[in-house]
Design a protein around this ligand. Structure first.
Ligand SMILES: Nc1ncnc2c1ncn2[C@@H]1O[C@H](COP(=O)(O)OP(=O)(O)OP(=O)(O)O)[C@@H](O)[C@H]1O
Length: 248
């Protein structure tokens, strides 16, 4: 679903993403982990067809990330860090806006109704989005990002500013979607969320510093062969030298 080789992005003299390789298979939940400024959003934006790389090659859903950006944008779901919702529109109007953007015409009413039900948005359906607290915004943004049932979802820190109950419900939905075959790439700097992923790619200052299944990495970076690391926190601190990774 995703294949990147040596993807690089510079902003002036600063290398935000440095020769990153990444491979994600269908139905996987892949976690992109790193402190603030590690390069996660920049990498996601290149995979989503929103930003051109300066170097390297990549394919997303079989499309070239340099030359087929529009095709990628039409087929994927992207939930950006800022949630990209219109504060003056109601929940339902936001969903309708995204439906139009994704070109959903047939079965529109049914699809909107099913998203409202699946994300338990009935009680805020006619509320303006700008008046809703964070947990609701996250649900509306997530419902919008997958209105068109995309086979591949990019979620950029989807649970930041969200309470633990909503976070747990959110992850249950991710598992359900992955079970149904959706591929998910999710960024986080919360290590207990990283532990829930099938695979993780850890970034630091634009580079990939660790990559693999969580248990495999805990063994690989263990201090001795008999005692794997207890948590990903230890790995994160070891590889990035950063202890304060939750909220930055
Ligand atoms: N458009 C831009 N122009 C200049 N510098 C940029 C631009 N976008 C990102 N950067 C820089 O590139 C680096 C990586 O940023 P990026 O947003 O990709 O990191 P991140 O891992 O997603 O962090 P965060 O969790 O804070 O979003 C940062 O130093 C950032 O300041």
């Amino acid at each position: 679903m995703i294949q990147l080789q040596s993807i690089t992005k510079k902003f002036g003299d600063y290398t935000a993403v440095d020769q990153v390789n990444l491979s994600v298979e269908q139905g996987e939940i892949c976690g992109l982990i790193g402190a603030n400024g590690a390069g996660k959003t920049t990498l996601i934006r290149m995979m989503c067809g929103l930003l051109l790389p300066d170097g390297g090659e990549g394919r997303v859903l079989g499309f070239d990330i340099r030359h087929q950006q529009k095709a990628i944008r039409q087929q994927i779901g992207y939930m950006s860090q800022k949630f990209s919702l219109y504060p003056d529109l109601t929940v339902e109007e936001n969903l309708r806006f995204y439906a139009a953007l994704y070109g959903i015409h047939q079965g529109l009413e049914k699809r909107i109704a099913s998203q409202i039900e699946a994300f338990r948005l009935e009680e805020v359906r006619q509320e303006r989005v700008g008046r809703l607290p964070g947990g609701w915004l996250q649900r509306v943004a997530f419902a919008s990002a997958q209105l068109h049932s995309p086979p591949l979802l990019f979620l950029d820190e989807p649970t930041s500013g969200v309470d633990p109950v909503t976070r747990r419900a959110f992850w249950e939905q991710l598992y359900r979607l992955a079970d149904e075959g959706t591929t998910i790439l999710v960024t986080t700097h919360v290590m207990d969320e990283a532990e829930r992923c099938d695979h993780i790619t850890m970034m630091n200052q634009g580079e990939v510093v660790a990559e693999g299944a969580v248990n495999q990495l805990k063994k690989e970076f263990a201090r001795d062969e008999h005692t794997p690391l207890a948590t990903l926190d230890e790995l994160f601190i070891q590889l990035t030298g950063k202890g304060d990774h939750d909220g930055g």
